[in-house]
Design a protein around this ligand. Structure first.
Ligand SMILES: [Zn+2]
Ligand SMILES: [Zn+2]
Length: 132
């Protein structure tokens, strides 16, 4: 009977150690994946993604901002050229120039005003559609 109790204790101890080991492994995996995600987040946070550029808006034809100098290529924006007006500081640039700059820097090339990338659209429409 004492033998059985000892065996039971041994098995219990073994299972406990095994459990702690598994929890520790899972914890390390979560920690590691969050570190990896943070690294990607910093990389993506340097500039605006194509989707963020789309949501930024400020698209204008050259007519509205014609005559203004594009600070990226230092040439004037001409009527009919695609342009982009930054939402916060209202500085205007050629659209390709602005997009090229903004994909690498999250700020205005002229006054360095930090652009707050618009939040991604809410991911609820699918649920709304399902419940409607
Ligand atoms: Zn330009
Ligand atoms: Zn600006």
């Amino acid at each position: 009977m004492e033998m059985m109790a000892l065996l039971f204790l041994f098995v219990a101890m073994f299972l406990m150690c095994f459990g702690i080991g598994v929890v520790f492994m899972v914890y390390m995996c979560i920690l590691w994946s969050s570190i990896l995600q943070n690294g990607e987040g910093e990389k993506g946070g340097k500039g605006l993604s194509t989707a963020e550029l789309e949501r930024l808006g400020g698209a204008a034809d050259g007519g509205a901002v014609a005559g203004q100098e594009c600070a990226v290529c230092l040439e004037d924006i001409e009527a009919g050229q695609a342009a982009r007006v930054l939402p916060d500081c209202r500085h205007a640039f050629h659209r390709p120039c602005a997009d090229r700059w903004l994909s690498a820097h999250p700020d205005c090339p002229l006054c360095r005003a930090y652009l707050h990338p618009p939040p991604p659209p809410p991911s609820v429409p699918l649920q709304v559609v399902l419940s409607a």
